[in-house]
Structures are given as structure tokens and as C-alpha cells.
Design a protein around this ligand. Structure first.
Ligand code: GLU
Length: 496
């Protein structure tokens, strides 16, 4: 158990889990796996007002779709549970009281209005109000540091109090972040943050530190937005006399324009998903899963949001990521979210995935394609796929005869072409073949015999089979739709 590497992903269920949270979960997972450590899923649901009912389910299902699994969680159990903070209430008050006894925290009774007045008064003088050693005992603020024990007790009994952390006065504190290096902060600028609220619940800061300690977390990997809390968290660890875990704050994920942090609204605005799986609020937000992305591609792409391995390879499987992952290779600079790049990564994964596996991944999404042709169909079209949804519609000409595109077939035909096509039809009938390779040989011979041009004749075939100048290899398409159907389409094209 000594020196055990333990990580946690600690989302607040205040809404759907978006790509920022998913990336944090992934980096925790990669590091835990790399180090042979353990990974905990802890739900930080102490803020009753902000908790959204369906979001824990969304978090769990998103992570499960991505294959980010946990050693300990509410559903899995474990030695350090409960893993929902709302079920750990009695733990936190004990620790808040311990800090009060140690003289590191105190009760405060200031009303919201009184604090607002303080804030405004400071603003008028061009200053910022910070509740700490500079004013907590001056008499304007009401707390157990200025009241008598009796007065304090009376106020506590009335039930409207908070417990604040007693930030040490004017001290320069130093700590370290694995990604950002050494950081120094003066406690002059740190608020006596509320640790415990009058609703009997801890705030994020207390619950987070207490649980990371009790759950024996060795490394905290989380988003950059928590960096400003790091000084306070280090002070809380010191106040308890605990050793703090090691910290790594991941760079921000930026909008595709590179300007500003990627937000949930950007997906809507730029037309790409930001959630792993769909989320419906007032409307439905499609997830990456429902938009035809493979979980392996999203994992691969997200790993590169802030991290870079040595070398140029950009296509990685999860096990390759685990083996190459190093916290030291994470950048400080924000990482731009590039939906086009993600499509490219998805296309590469579609190409690389074992065909049987790919059939499994695609079939439920494309139930309108008959099972017995699915594998053949995928083999044929996968080099052209960026996503795996709506496949029948995209390649409808492989299932239904297209209307004749007169202009196009006319453009592609000449007297010789039509002679070649006629000859080809006769050959296909008498050879009774359906194989792409044989069909190619037959057409070459027909072209030769009739003096037509191979390229043009091929163009004619494509125009007749697809109705457009697109689609997979002509002979592969002929094999897929079958000799009979090929003949019908060619004849319609040639008007014979
Ligand atoms: N509950 C916090 C969040 O939702 C966790 C921050 C942390 O990892 O310490 O982001």
C-alpha cells in the first residue's frame, strides 16, 4: 500500500459532462494506468442548489462509453466510500470542528447584506474587499474571533453561521505544480474561504481536501480553472498537518478560433458536439457518440489536447497512449479544439479498426442496412468515411437505383463507349461473373475491342451506377450491387 499511486476524477453533477471534464478524466485514467495505480470516481455533489438530477447518470454513461473505467466509485464500491460527497456529510463537520479546535478556522455570522456593504465600501475607495487577517478582527465583521464564547454559542444555536478558514497572515507560500513548476502566492491576497455552510454541507474546498486525504489520493490532475485554489488547498493541508498530493493543472481547451475558453454553447454555434453522449435540456444536444464518432477516436483526439508524445505519430490506440503518456509532456499553453482534426482522427480510426469490430460499432446505428451485406458494405465504403452514422443515406446508390443523370451520362458517352458497354454486358452475361477483378478485366477487353477510351468508359459506368461522379471503386461497386443490377443501370445509362 505504501507509495500507492491513486488518482481521482471528481466532477460536480451540475450539468452534462463536456469535453473539458472528459479530457480531465482521460488524463487521470492514462496516468493511473501508466503507473499501475488506482482510479476513483468521486461525485462532488455538496452544492444542493446546483445539482442537476440527471447529470450523474450522464457522467457515468459518458465515461463508460469512452471505456474510462474506475477501480472505485458509487456503483463499484470500494474501501474509501461513500463516493458521493452528499453521503459523507458527517465526515466533514468533524474535520471543520478539528480546524476550529486547532485555531485554524472560526465561526462567522455576517449577513449577505453586511458583506455586500463591505464590498461596496471598498470598491468606492478603489480597493478589493478580502475577508482575512486585515479586517476579520477589526470589529465590523461578526465572527467568533471578536465575540465572546457565550455570544458565539448563542449565534450558533440560532443556526445561521458559516465556518471560515483562518488564512495565515501575510505569508509568502510556495508550492509546486507538475506542469507549471514552482508557484508563490502571498496570503495577503487570499480570502478566509468558507469551509462549511449553514445548510450543514461543506464547501468544495473543505470536502475536496478532506476526501483527497481520506481517499489517499497521491496525484490530483484537474483543469486550470482550479489553479487559483491551489494556494488555499495547500494551506488547508498544512493546517491539518497532512501531506498534500502532487498537483497537475491541465491547460484550458480553447474555442476553434483560439480565442477564449471552449464553452458548452460553442458546440451549438460552430455545429459540433461537446458532450460524449447526447444530453437533452430544453432541446437535444447530440453527443459525439450519436454523431458517429468512435470512442477510440475521441480518446485519441482528447489526449492531444494539451499533451504531445515524442515523434510525429498522431494516431494512437488507448494502450499506446497509456504506454507513451507522461505528465511532463503536457503543455502550459491552452489547446485549441479543432473539430476538423477530430474528423480526420475519426477517419483514421475507422480505417484501422478491425472490420468485425467496426460492424459491431456501426450496425445498431445503421439498422436500415441489411445485416448480411453490412461487412461487405463497410469494407467498400470505409476509406471514405469520416463518421459512422447515416451510412445508408450517404451511399444510397449502393442500395437503390439512382435516377438517370442524362447530362452526365451524355457527357461521358461516345459511340465507342456505348459499343464497349454493349460488349461488356454480353461478356458479363456469358461469363456469369460478379467479382470486381474479373469485371475489370472484361471491361478492359471490351474497351480494347471497340476502340473506346478506358477512362471515359469508366466514367460512363460511374455516372450510370451512382448518378454522380463520386463513390468507391467502380468494379467494387458493381460487385456489391451484383451483375444483374449493374447491367440494368448500364443499359438505362446507355438508353439501350
Ligand atoms: N468538483 C470539481 C469540478 O467539478 C473538482 C475539482 C477538482 O478536481 O479538484 O471540477
Amino acid at each position: 500500500m505504501k507509495n500507492q499511486i491513486r488518482l481521482r476524477f471528481a466532477p460536480s453533477p451540475t450539468g452534462p459532462l463536456h469535453i473539458g471534464g472528459l479530457r480531465t478524466a482521460l488524463f487521470n485514467y492514462l496516468f493511473a494506468k501508466k503507473m499501475g495505480g488506482e482510479l476513483v470516481l468521486r461525485i462532488e455533489d455538496t452544492d444542493k442548489k446546483r445539482t442537476v438530477k440527471e447529470s450523474q447518470k450522464h457522467i457515468e454513461e459518458s465515461l463508460s462509453w469512452l471505456g474510462i473505467d474506475f477501480d472505485e466509485s458509487t456503483s463499484k464500491g470500494g474501501d474509501y466510500g461513500p463516493y458521493n460527497q452528499s453521503e459523507r456529510g458527517s465526515v466533514y463537520i468533524k474535520y471543520a470542528n478539528e480546524l476550529i479546535e486547532r485555531g485554524m478556522a472560526y465561526y462567522a455570522f455576517d449577513t449577505t447584506e453586511a458583506l455586500d456593504l463591505e464590498r461596496k465600501g471598498h470598491e468606492k475607495k478603489g480597493k478589493t474587499f478580502i475577508y482575512n487577517s486585515h479586517n476579520r478582527e477589526r470589529g465590523r465583521l461578526i465572527n467568533s474571533l471578536v465575540l465572546s464564547e457565550k455570544e458565539t454559542q448563542e449565534k450558533i444555536e440560532k443556526g445561521r453561521y458559516v465556518i471560515r478558514f483562518k488564512t495565515p497572515a501575510d505569508k509568502l507560500i510556495h508550492f509546486e505544480d507538475i506542469i507549471r513548476g514552482k508557484v508563490s502566492v502571498s496570503t495577503r491576497d487570499i480570502d478566509d474561504k468558507i469551509l462549511f455552510k449553514s445548510d450543514g454541507m461543506p464547501t468544495y474546498h473543505l470536502a475536496n481536501v478532506v476526501d483527497d486525504h481520506l481517499m489517499k489520493i497521491s496525484h490530483v490532475i484537474r483543469g486550470e480553472e482550479w489553479l487559483p485554489s491551489l494556494a488555499l488547498h495547500n494551506l488547508i493541508y498544512d493546517a491539518f498537518g497532512w501531506t498534500a498530493p502532487k498537483f497537475a493543472h491541465l491547460p484550458l481547451i480553447l474555442k476553434p478560433t483560439g480565442k477564449g475558453k471552449l464553452s458548452k454553447r460553442d458546440g451549438d454555434q460552430f455545429g459540433f458536439p461537446v458532450y460524449a453522449i447526447s444530453w437533452s435540456e430544453e432541446k437535444l444536444y447530440k453527443g459525439f457518440k450519436e454523431s458517429g464518432f468512435l470512442s477510440s477516436s475521441l480518446i485519441n483526439y482528447m489526449a492531444f489536447l494539451g499533451w504531445r508524445p515524442k515523434g510525429d505519430n498522431e494516431i494512437y490506440s488507448i494502450s499506446e497512449l497509456i504506454s507513451d503518456f507522461r505528465l511532463e509532456n503536457i503543455n502550459k499553453a491552452g489547446a485549441k479544439f479543432d473539430p476538423k482534426k477530430l474528423l480526420w482522427v475519426n477517419a483514421q480510426h475507422i480505417q484501422k479498426t478491425n472490420i468485425k469490430e467496426l460492424v459491431k460499432l456501426c450496425s445498431s446505428k445503421n439498422a436500415d442496412i441489411e445485416k448480411d451485406v453490412f461487412e461487405k458494405f463497410l469494407e467498400l465504403v470505409r476509406p471514405r468515411l469520416e463518421t459512422i452514422e447515416g451510412l445508408k443515406k450517404k451511399f444510397i446508390f449502393l442500395f437503390e437505383r439512382p435516377g438517370i443523370n442524362k447530362d452526365l451520362v451524355n457527357k461521358m458517352s461516345s459511340k465507342e463507349t456505348i459499343t464497349a458497354i454493349n460488349d461488356f454486358i454480353t461478356e458479363v452475361r456469358s461469363n456469369k461473373t460478379n467479382k470486381a477483378q474479373n469485371l475489370k478485366e472484361l471491361l478492359s477487353k471490351s474497351v480494347e475491342r471497340s476502340g473506346a477510351k478506358f477512362g471515359k468508359t469508366l466514367g460512363f459506368c460511374r455516372a450510370s451506377i451512382v448518378g454522380k461522379m463520386e463513390g468507391p471503386d467502380v468494379f467494387e461497386m458493381m460487385e456489391f450491387i451484383g451483375a444483374q443490377e449493374t447491367i440494368v443501370r448500364l443499359k438505362l445509362g446507355a438508353n439501350i
